[in-house]
Design a protein around this ligand. Structure first.
Ligand code: DAT
Ligand code: MG
Length: 123
């Protein structure tokens, strides 16, 4: 069985969308096997998003994910990495399809609600 890392970003908690997003992942047939409400340090955010260091949006991204608590989770299921990515929708909510979390619940690329690993290695 595959496992992937998901976290709900500060905007998901601030907007009261934690239950809605978890419900969508559960509805998909994935299984929640780990969950933790936590603050992300600048050091951890920098390490997590290391691939984006140097990009224009990097400082804002780190500031955002460290600004208030997140919900970190591990989800399990057949093809969990891909299943979560498809359920999330595209990075920019403007381009995310209706029916996806980002496509239904957001409009701002800097406030796109959810992170999901893009590979088993990353997870
Ligand atoms: P994803 O979260 O879909 O894996 P990513 O890894 O390309 O997307 O980028 C990580 C996060 O960085 C993304 O969720 C939101 C932010 N981001 C990406 N591109 C951005 C942009 N052009 N402007 C502002 N924030 C951006
Ligand atoms: Mg990514």
């Amino acid at each position: 069985m595959d496992r992937t890392l998901v976290f709900l970003k500060p905007d998901a908690l601030q907007r009261g969308l934690v239950g809605e997003i978890i419900s969508r992942l559960e509805g998909r047939g994935l299984k929640l096997v780990g969950m933790k409400l936590m603050r992300v340090s600048e050091e951890l955010a920098g390490r997590h998003y290391a691939a984006h260091a140097g990009k224009g949006f990097f400082p804002g991204l780190v500031a955002f994910v460290t600004s208030s608590p997140i919900v970190a989770m591990v989800w399990e299921g057949e093809g969990a990495v891909e299943a979560v990515r498809c359920t999330m929708g595209r990075t920019n909510p403007v381009e995310a399809h209706p029916g996806t979390i980002r496509g239904d619940l957001g409009i701002d690329v800097g406030r796109n609600l959810i992170h999901g690993s893009d590979s088993a290695e990353a997870a």
